[in-house]
Design a protein around this ligand. Structure first.
Ligand SMILES: [Zn+2]
Length: 384
């Protein structure tokens, strides 16, 4: 990276970010990123523990043996770069242009990790005898299947009664400008995989066939018309979306014998997945339809109630931006879904998400510097 004196480029968070982006950690490969983080934490008194599961590399690091435990969390894996021709520069050779650092993982979420490490270093230098414990949970399996990452580490910690009280995830939560949005929860995600059985036939002899499209149409219309809930103080209304329907044998005079479809709910804390499933089955069962419905739960919704962690985060943000952040539960799922059920308050505070998973992913380097101070301030407010 080209750099000049006194510019944020010299900041240790940017140097570390540069080093992390150079490691091609396409999910679930960690490519040595966690070793870099562990070496830094080792030097400031953390006990670092590698927790591999399957082909996934995970890191648990802790400093202190008492509660409360404030944990920073994130992932080193990135999504593949996509079409290299569309990248203006090599996705794994960070380049600084107009105050932006370009590279895969710049926003999602190596900048969060770099800011956390440097914030920990600065905080511990100023407060070597802080209260409680500091911890860091890092996985290389967030962008992929997410089965052998955070989920397994949290299970292992629970099995030995190690509790995390507060967790700050460095996922890119910001929308337009840094820290305009702090996530305090996420919606649940539940998918239905449907098969409707009928009898294939000649289009001119419908009485001899049973068209699964005709069977499913009124059910679909009822599913669409249903008001699942109106949301609540923290969640938007639950949404039902069909993502795929297929049937038909590809011939104009043949009606199909089977239909398959796939749909997804993004749901609020007004439901749990069993209730939602039961409601869907009751709608199907009120129609004459021969169907099989399998379910896939990606995550139950979670919500962190206002308390010490949200207050510390809001105060830290306001000191740096002058504005109260919006507390939101929007967006897709995150590893927060695995951490929250253990009784942990989870928030997500990270850089702007406009370029994540896209070509020419980037982060504003000023934002990384500010994020570092916000993380440090949260530590001061909770543990100093
Ligand atoms: Zn991410």
């Amino acid at each position: 990276m080209a750099s000049s004196e006194d510019s944020p480029v010299q900041h240790p968070s940017i140097t570390l970010l540069d080093e992390l982006i150079r490691r091609r950690s396409v999910t679930p490969d960690d490519a040595g990123c966690q070793r870099v983080l562990a070496e830094r934490m080792d030097r400031i008194g953390f006990t670092c523990e590698s927790m591999p599961f399957g082909d996934v590399t995970n890191l648990w690091a802790r400093r202190g043996s008492t509660g409360p435990v404030l944990c920073f969390a994130g992932h080193t894996d990135v999504v593949p770069p996509g079409s290299l021709e569309e990248w203006r520069t090599d996705p794994f050779e960070p380049v600084l242009r107009d105050g932006l650092l370009f590279g895969r993982g710049a926003a999602d979420m190596k900048s969060g990790l770099a800011a956390m490490i440097v914030a920990l270093e600065q905080f511990i230098q100023a407060h070597p005898d802080h209260q409680g414990s500091l911890a860091m949970l890092v996985t290389s399996d967030e962008e992929g299947r997410a089965r052998d990452g955070t989920l397994k580490v949290v299970e292992a910690l629970q099995a030995r009664d190690e509790q995390i009280d507060w967790c700050v995830l460095g996922e890119p939560s910001s929308q337009e400008s840094l820290a305009d949005v702090v996530r305090i929860g996420r919606r649940g995600s539940l998918s239905g995989i449907l098969t409707v059985r009928g009898v294939q036939g000649h289009v001119a002899y419908p009485q001899l066939a049973d068209n699964p499209i005709a069977r499913f149409a009124p059910v679909l219309s009822e599913l669409h018309a249903t008001e699942w809930d109106q949301g609540n103080a923290y969640f938007p209304a639950t949404s039902f979306q069909v993502v795929d329907i297929r049937a038909g044998v590809g011939f104009p005079n043949v009606t199909p014998g089977e239909l398959s479809a796939r749909f997804n709910f993004r749901y609020s804390t007004e439901w749990d997945h069993q209730q939602l499933r039961a409601k869907v089955h009751s709608i199907f069962d009120s129609h004459e339809i021969d169907y099989e419905l399998n379910w896939h739960l990606s995550g139950e919704p979670f919500l962190t109630q206002p308390g010490a962690l949200t207050e510390a985060a809001c105060a830290a943000v306001k000191e740096h931006t002058g504005e109260e952040p919006e507390l939101s539960t929007g967006g897709g799922t995150s590893d927060g879904r695995f951490i929250s059920p253990a009784g942990t308050d989870v928030i997500e505070l990270g850089p702007v998400n406009a370029s994540i998973h896209k070509v020419n992913e980037h982060v504003r380097i000023d934002d990384v510097v500010k994020l570092t101070s916000m993380y440090r301030r949260i530590m001061e407010l909770l543990l100093a």
